[in-house]
Design a protein. Structure first.
Length: 432
């Protein structure tokens, strides 16, 4: 049992306020310095350094930079106009556009917090002017931002693929249908609430086919971005890492020469956001690799697999157990931290039961996104409430219908794997 101490220590250090990367690395050093002293601690430092020398990791800074460039280049405004043309005529039109914009932003930012911050500044004040209330406006902004990382090229999709040692391309392709299901569930919920509260639309009528076509043409450069990445990788034109570099080049060309909103003064903020975003994610991944070395050394995944299989070998029951575990821990752990800690432990169990590793990845990511809406550590909740100055209690009350809608979607994704696997199987073929 003494070998489990570092796993417990990670949680203790994290809850004392230590960043998750340092908690993972510190607990691993503790294990090899004081428990298993036969392995030199210097080898951990070597493991730490060699973990950074991974070609797939190059995808992260490139996609972070492309998302930052798109935000500065006015792509989000083009997507907002397209979303309004599609949904502005519906009850609660701006709230509907809020949800649809988050889905479209998935191919742009890939970050829930970036999307939540942008839409809190862009849409919440306007929604309040239309009488929707600060708490409702903040709640739907946070809830819709949960969709963004599920749509490729979400950073969590890359992180999970690296942890689970599976195809980044298949993970990207698997995100489309779950992301659309989450969007539809939120839009239905907005429609019901807007009808009940008489929230107005932003357009007097449904857009004509001509208006839809013209706006689609105006927004086409942003809309094509995620699909170009997927099909470019499938056609063998570039790897996921090279796709990130192409994404940066694409966004620079579109922002500078087509939309003409990208300026010289944007260079420094873009570089700062790229360095900060990359450093945060990569440091966690590298620390997780070192922590994974401890887990494998102590054979903890094998022990956990045996323990859980003694409880049940029914994969449907096991998936429900994992959903409950992820949702509960998501209330106390930041989403990225939960993914980093739990994925290495749970993937061996689900593969033993014959659950597709790509399917399980989407289950994990949707779970941690729902966790981002819940106190006490919900990152999107705090991002939106901090910007809009909304009280957390009011936020939670208004967010409950949206969380219920997302939980229903989670159950559909969990127990009907076809929704997750239909696109990757169509593009890459059925996994052997």
């Amino acid at each position: 049992m003494i070998s489990y101490i570092p796993a417990i220590l990670v949680l203790v250090l994290y809850f004392t306020g230590l960043p998750i990367a340092f908690a993972l690395f510190g607990s691993t050093i503790f294990f090899f310095a004081f428990i298993e002293t036969g392995t030199p601690v210097a080898l951990l430092l070597q493991k730490f350094v060699t973990s950074t020398q991974s070609f797939p990791l190059l995808a992260i800074p490139f996609f972070v930079m492309s998302g930052s460039i798109m935000n500065y280049s006015g792509i989000s405004n083009k997507l907002m106009q397209f979303a309004d043309v599609l949904t502005g005529h519906l009850p609660g039109g701006l709230a509907q556009s809020n949800v649809l914009l988050s889905m479209l932003m998935g191919g742009v930012s890939g970050s829930a917090n970036a999307d939540a911050a942008m839409e809190s500044k862009l849409l919440v004040p306007e929604m309040e002017k239309r009488g929707m209330g600060k708490a409702f406006s903040t709640a739907i902004t946070a809830a819709s931002s949960a969709v963004t990382p599920v749509i490729p090229p979400g950073i969590n999709l890359i992180v999970y693929a690296l942890i689970a040692n599976c195809s980044v391309g298949r993970m990207f392709a698997a995100g489309y249908v779950p992301g659309v299901l989450m969007t539809v569930s939120l839009m239905v919920t907005v429609h019901v609430i807007s009808k009940k509260r008489n929230y107005s639309s932003t357009r007097p009528r449904r857009a004509t086919p001509k208006e839809l076509l013209l706006q689609a043409i105006d927004s086409i450069w942003a809309l094509l971005f995620p699909f170009g990445i997927i099909f470019g990788m499938r056609a063998g034109l570039f790897t996921p890492s090279e796709a990130g570099a192409i994404a940066v080049l694409y966004t620079i060309i579109v922002g500078k020469f087509i939309y003409k909103n990208l300026k010289k003064e944007h260079i420094i903020p873009i570089l700062k956001e790229t360095v900060y975003g990359t450093a945060t994610v990569v440091l966690i991944i590298v620390a997780a690799n070192v922590f994974g070395y401890y887990l494998n050394y102590a054979r903890i995944p094998q022990s956990l697999t045996a323990f859980l299989l003694n409880i049940t070998n029914n994969k449907y029951v096991m998936l429900m157990i994992f959903n409950i575990l992820l949702l509960v821990l998501g209330m106390f752990l930041e989403g990225g931290a939960a993914l980093i800690i739990l994925a290495p432990l749970l993937v061996p169990v689900i593969t033993t039961l014959g659950v597709d590793v790509i399917h399980f990845g989407l289950i994990c990511i949707v779970n941690i996104m729902i966790g981002g809406l819940t106190p006490p550590f919900g990152s999107m909740m705090f991002t939106c409430c901090g910007i809009t100055d909304c009280k957390v209690g009011d936020f939670v009350k208004e967010c409950m219908p949206f969380m219920i809608a997302l939980l229903i979607t989670l159950l559909v994704i969990t127990y009907i794997p076809w929704f997750t696997l239909v696109v990757p199987n169509a593009i890459y073929g059925v996994a052997g």
